[in-house]
Design a protein around this ligand. Sequence first.
Ligand code: SF4
Length: 97
Amino acid sequence: MAPHVKGGVAMAMRSARDQWQGKAACRGPQSAAFFPPAYPERKDERVTREARAKSICAGCIVREECLDYAIRIREPHGIWGGLNEVERKQLMDRRAG
Ligand code: SF4
């Protein structure tokens, strides 16, 4: 395949990805709630932070695309599509049967 065609496919894939990410409800300052802070986080802080992030996901119009993406790339950190890393792993295990 000619390089320019490969580039075209890559650009189309990137464009599709960017389209859902551009509609993400977590864009902006609240995005910090979706990943652990740089300092050690107490359990109650994590529970509160994740609940805040999940409440934003609950109203996000691209939740399904986001979760599919995180599962596809096996994202190891953070809240994606309303699930944390442990919940995504459990979902993948259930799907694997
Ligand atoms: S589902 Fe949650 S993490 Fe994913 S884009 Fe929407 S708000 Fe962000």
